[in-house]
Write a protein of this length. Structure first.
Ligand code: SAH
Ligand code: MG
Length: 214
């Protein structure tokens, strides 16, 4: 069993467990007939490998958003820093070359479109309804809530919202992703739709519901 991917996910740097990746792939594919997918937080393309594979299978596109300068915890001296992502001439991180390498090796360049820039800027001009939205960008409260406010209105009825690093217990990790998960539920616009590890799914309520049993 198991999902067949074009390249080994272990060959891609990143922050996603294989079972989370497979869940992203399967749940996005289930919405593939409705419209395109979008993720915030490309990094080196690990989640994009799973979601891009689903997009290709569905004849869809995955948009993947990142400024590629890293989150706070990825900066030098912090827990998740990777020296290979340091661009000496820029004096800053740059994960874009790794993303491009992943997409090229996986033959996903036709199905994954990289949007390079600050998430909030791109969201402010976004107009396209999304069948699947994955929030895995900055984990500060400001970033998490700006992604929530900027992107979740674009999830179409019957579409799915996925949020990574949802930790109910503060001892397990920072809480902003959990807080936006709670906010989405409290909005009355989403219902819980399962999850694996720190990944949670929510379904956008409204017309054109997708029948899970069908
Ligand atoms: N999904 C990836 C991990 C993403 S890590 C995987 O599967 O491995 C989070 C990413 O969010 C980082 O690459 C960081 O550069 C990006 N990020 C953080 N804040 C951002 C912002 N405000 N705008 C755009 N990208 C941001
Ligand atoms: Mg994450």
């Amino acid at each position: 069993m198991g999902l067949r991917l074009p390249i080994d996910p272990d060959s891609v740097k990143g922050f996603l467990a294989p079972e989370e990746g497979e869940a992203l792939h399967d749940r996005a594919l289930s919405r593939g007939a409705l419209g395109p997918f979008l993720e915030i937080g490309s990094y080196c393309g690990k989640s994009a490998l799973y979601l891009g594979t689903a997009a290709k299978r569905a004849g869809q596109v995955l948009f993947t958003v990142d400024h590629h300068r890293g989150s706070e915890e990825m900066q030098p001296g912090w827990e998740h820093h990777d020296r290979e992502t340091w661009d000496k001439s820029a004096g800053a991180m740059d994960s874009l070359p790794f993303l491009r390498d992943t997409l090229r090796r996986a033959a996903l360049e036709d199905h994954v479109v990289a949007l390079v820039g600050p998430s909030a800027r791109i969201a402010s001009l976004w107009r396209t309804p999304l069948s699947f939205l994955f929030i895995d960008g900055g984990h500060s409260r400001a970033n998490a809530f700006s992604d929530y406010r900027g992107w979740t209105p674009h999830v179409m009825a019957g579409g799915l919202l996925a949020i990574h690093d949802v930790f109910e217990n503060p001892a397990d990790g920072g809480r902003p992703p959990f807080e936006i998960y709670e906010r989405a539920l409290a909005s009355g616009l989403f219902r819980p739709a399962g999850g694996v590890r720190s990944l949670r799914f929510l379904e956008r309520l409204g017309a054109h519901m997708v029948d899970e049993e069908a």
